[in-house]
Design a binder for this molecule. Structure first.
Ligand code: SF4
Ligand code: SF4
Length: 216
């Protein structure tokens, strides 16, 4: 899922500026699950803005990133001076595209693609590199989980299984070794991985996907 964190209130107030009629718009998908931008958070933020004398209302759509879910907002947007979106950056842009005359402000910082590892804790798992090779590493992604994105073994700096760059996190290469050992596949580590082709990653710019069989 996409993980996001709400911006500090002080920053949100700076974004809104002197606009008074604000719609706080939650999203019912990823950011609801990671407790940063769902219905509850939208209500809380709208309430906080009202305390600060804004005419803030709130609403939550199922998915802000898809046009059919935001189309029903047309009449609500006529009533406000700005939208404070609690969706990920995709949702913010979908709104901004549909309502080009209305300022849309991001209330969240979109941070990573991750998963919940325990109650209240999420960790990054995928950097969307565009060419998944995670099977080569026993199902642990070194692109994302190794601080140096190493594909041919550890850097040598890990200690007690922890990363030298971020000692509160497991060394990805320790995890890879342990998993391959469990599967009886340690010989896979002898295979030299060629330099990764980064052209399908976002370093090549804005990406798109087309499914010819789905086009009308
Ligand atoms: S190899 Fe690329 S696509 Fe696969 S999990 Fe890692 S970052 Fe994501
Ligand atoms: S300690 Fe492990 S996870 Fe950290 S940079 Fe080195 S190999 Fe990567």
């Amino acid at each position: 899922m996409i993980i996001g964190e709400r911006k500090p209130v002080k920053e949100i107030l700076q974004l809104i500026g002197d606009r008074k009629k604000i719609l706080v718009l939650g999203c019912g998908t990823c950011v609801t699950v990671c407790l940063s931008g769902g219905e509850k958070e939208a209500k809380e933020l709208a309430s906080l803005l009202r305390i600060k004398k804004y005419q803030a209302s709130d609403y939550t759509v199922e998915r802000q990133c898809e046009p059919e879910f935001i189309r029903p907002l047309d009449y609500r947007l006529k009533e406000v001076e700005a939208v404070l979106s609690l969706a990920c950056g995709v949702g913010v842009q979908a709104l901004a595209d549909r309502y080009p005359r209305t300022p849309v402000f991001p209330g969240l910082n979109t941070t990573f693609l991750g998963m919940p590892v325990e109650q209240g804790r999420w960790e990054e798992r995928c950097g969307g590199c565009g060419q998944c090779i995670v099977h080569l590493f026993g199902g642990t992604c070194p692109v994302t989980r190794c601080a140096k994105s190493l594909l041919n073994g550890p850097c040598g700096g890990s200690k007690d299984g922890k990363c030298e760059v971020k000692p509160d996190r497991d060394c990805a290469w320790q995890l890879i070794y342990d998993r391959l050992k469990l599967q009886g596949r340690l010989d896979a580590l002898l295979e030299i991985q060629p330099p990764k082709d980064w052209s399908p990653s976002r370093h090549g710019g804005h990406r798109k996907m087309i499914r010819e069989d789905m086009l009308l």
